[in-house]
Design a protein around this ligand. Structure first.
Ligand code: ZN
Length: 212
């Protein structure tokens, strides 16, 4: 799980292009096969797979990440928040170009980046359903993937995501976990802080965390 990709200071929300390239080269060298999140629905269990996800829809995903994906020919999944405030977001043209490249799957991450647990069910459902439609309008294709903002959700939200027609949903629960249809709507992810070094990256991949 990543967020922004830019030359800004590395942080929990930003990874520099240089470091991301190193991490991708490492994964390629170890024989990982890169998938988009919805490819998990029909993957070959014998292979080692990795899905790169980027939450919120930062413009850096176009200005930096997209070049990297093209250079290494690896796909990624970006979860858009069409009405998020306070971040510099991808625009419609950039989203379309990335969609048409075949390298990017766009998922939905609610309309306003709302904490679903802090609003009533009616608002939660509206945020979920409308974000699917909004992303489909931007990409021109079916939006199958959802990400819970802040990783916050309850059982009712899981049902809402299923009912809305999504095929998968990701959380921020940290775990290395094989995909199965029983956890398709509560998939864990490994958070990659932009400040970690390659040893820590290796530890996260092998144990799910880097603190010993
Ligand atoms: Zn988010």
């Amino acid at each position: 799980m990543y967020h922004d990709t830019s030359e800004n200071l590395p942080s929990g929300m930003n990874v520099t292009p240089e470091k991301l390239k190193k991490q991708i080269r490492y994964l390629l060298g170890k024989g990982y096969i890169f998938l988009k999140i919805s490819d998990l629905l029909n993957f070959d269990r014998k292979e080692k797979h990795v899905v790169l996800t980027f939450d919120d829809g930062f413009v850096g995903n176009y200005t930096h990440l997209f070049d990297i994906l093209k250079r290494y020919n690896v796909p990624a999944t970006i979860y858009l928040t069409p009405k998020i405030k306070d971040i510099k977001m991808l625009n419609a043209k950039q989203i379309k170009e990335m969609q048409n490249s075949g390298l990017v799957e766009f998922g939905a991450h609610t309309m306003t980046h709302v904490n679903l647990k802090k609003v009533n069910n009616k608002i939660a459902q509206k945020e979920i359903v409308e974000s699917k439609k909004a992303v489909e309008k931007l990409t021109g294709v079916n939006c199958q993937a959802f990400a819970y903002p802040y990783g916050r959700y309850n059982d009712e939200h899981v049902e809402m995501v299923k009912d809305a027609g999504f095929s998968t949903a990701v959380t921020t629960k940290k775990a290395i976990n094989s995909f199965s249809f029983s956890n398709a709507y509560t998939l864990p992810r490994l958070s990659i802080d932009g400040r970690i070094n390659m040893l820590q990256f290796y530890l996260i991949l092998s144990r799910g965390r880097y603190k010993i």
